[in-house]
Design a protein around this ligand. Structure first.
Ligand SMILES: Cc1ncc(COP(=O)(O)O)c(C=O)c1O
Length: 400
């Protein structure tokens, strides 16, 4: 389903623009040095997709290869953990500390008494756990019933707690336990009274948008005119959308939000004209997008910046995964949620009314983001029919 939406740019708040705008990536980058890995992820031209979709060009940024964690989420949760830890340490020592000093012996001693926690479908928890591990803090990650064992095992936290029910319930439980135990909750979704930390998480994601724009310029291509962004609670889509709008200007770029039709909480909110939960029916293979209540901040932003909300089916997501896997040159290993943006583009491209409303034509330049690699390799093989290592040998380089 495709819902054309009128963006309300005038409603975009100044603090959201500042937090996610032009300067945001330079605030995040120093923290990436603590990973000892500042490698940009690849940007790949999908000429055959551009021909199929009847647009000028399509490029995809492959976040499956981000920081050895298999998804763009590595940029957000870990960054928020490090930023919060810096503040706590400065308060503890009553003096300023540099990013490099966050791993000093004094910092480590303080870190050992601190626990970070969050709820996750998999990838955000991996990022929070990695941030805590780099600093020497503890991490406890809450997962719901639907998270596969492979994904839960790959989180790498000190403790992974299974919660009965769905993602929204695991968010509630993580919040309750954090309050009870004095842990620091680093959620990637926001609600009334809890906006600052999820906004830091979203700020971390701006690095990938900034990298994509530089890579596009390096290829001597013009900037994108359309971006298709897959959404769970919407933090990712809101971050990239604001960053591109701030850098390129509102009239230069259109944002299309893509969700599974089985978990379309932003689509439902756009339809209702206010933040609304989606009533779950069946689980989706796009497990990282299986969220039923939008993030408050993300909804506020996407209502202001999006030109369309699109839902995709399970089969459309599978087809997009295979299309990326079986390219003649430079195959892309995209997990179920990673390929959803491409599925959204193909759905819109096949709909004449949507094409016209969005100005999608032979002159359009589309940016897609493969948000994850094969984060559940068995599920990937089952859908694509090949192991990730057979599709692209270096894509197996995901830390487990
Ligand atoms: C691979 C992947 N893609 C997209 C998303 C969507 O991000 P958000 O929940 O911020 O909308 C997630 C969230 O976990 C994810 O892991």
């Amino acid at each position: 389903m495709i819902q054309i939406h009128s963006p309300k740019f005038e409603r975009l708040r100044t603090d959201d623009k500042v937090l996610l705008g032009t300067d945001a990536p330079s605030l995040v980058r120093p923290y990436l040095r603590l990973w000892r890995d500042e490698t940009a992820t690849p940007l790949i031209s999908l000429n055959e997709v551009a021909a199929e979709a009847g647009v000028g060009s399509v490029v995809i940024k492959d976040e499956g290869q981000r920081l050895g964690l298999g998804s763009f989420k590595a940029l957000g949760g870990a960054y928020a953990v490090m930023t919060l830890f810096k503040r706590m340490l400065e308060e503890h020592l009553d003096s300023e500390v540099s990013v490099a000093q966050l791993v000093s012996p004094t910092a480590r001693e303080y870190a050992s008494g601190i626990t970070f926690c969050c709820a996750t479908d998999g990838n955000h928890g991996k990022s929070v756990a990695a941030g805590a591990r780099i600093l020497g803090c503890k991490s406890v990650i809450f997962v719901h019933e639907g998270v596969t064992t492979a994904r839960a095992d790959a989180i790498g936290a000190d403790e992974v707690v299974r919660v009965k029910g769905n993602y929204d319930m695991s968010v509630d439980e993580a919040g309750r336990v954090a309050e009870e135990r004095g842990w620091v909750l680093v959620s990637d979704t926001s609600w009334e009274g809890y906006e600052e930390i999820p906004s830091l998480v979203a700020q971390g994601y701006t690095v990938l948008a900034n990298e994509a724009l530089s890579q596009i310029a390096d290829l001597k291509l013009d900037p994108p005119t359309h971006v298709f962004l897959q959404a769970g609670v919407g933090g990712f889509a809101s971050s990239i959308s604001v960053h591109l709008n701030e850098v390129l200007g509102h009239h230069a770029i259109k944002t299309v939000v893509v969700e599974p039709d089985r978990a379309a909480c932003l689509y439902a909110s756009a339809e209702a004209g206010r933040l609304t939960s989606f009533h779950p029916t069946e689980p989706t293979i796009m497990a990282m997008l299986e969220c039923y209540t939008p993030s408050l901040v993300a909804w506020r932003i996407l209502d202001a910046t999006s030109s369309a909300f699109v839902t995709v089916t399970e089969d459309e997501a599978k087809r997009a995964m295979r299309k990326l896997a079986f390219r003649e040159q430079r195959p892309v290993v995209a997990g179920e949620s990673g390929a959803a943006g491409l599925a959204g583009l193909l759905a819109v491209a096949a709909d004449p009314h949507a094409r016209q409303s969005l100005g999608l034509n032979k002159d359009s330049r589309v940016l897609l983001i493969n948000t994850e690699g094969a984060t559940d390799p068995a599920s990937y093989e089952n859908i694509v029919g090949s192991k990730p290592a057979d599709v692209l040998p270096e894509a197996t380089n995901v830390e487990n």
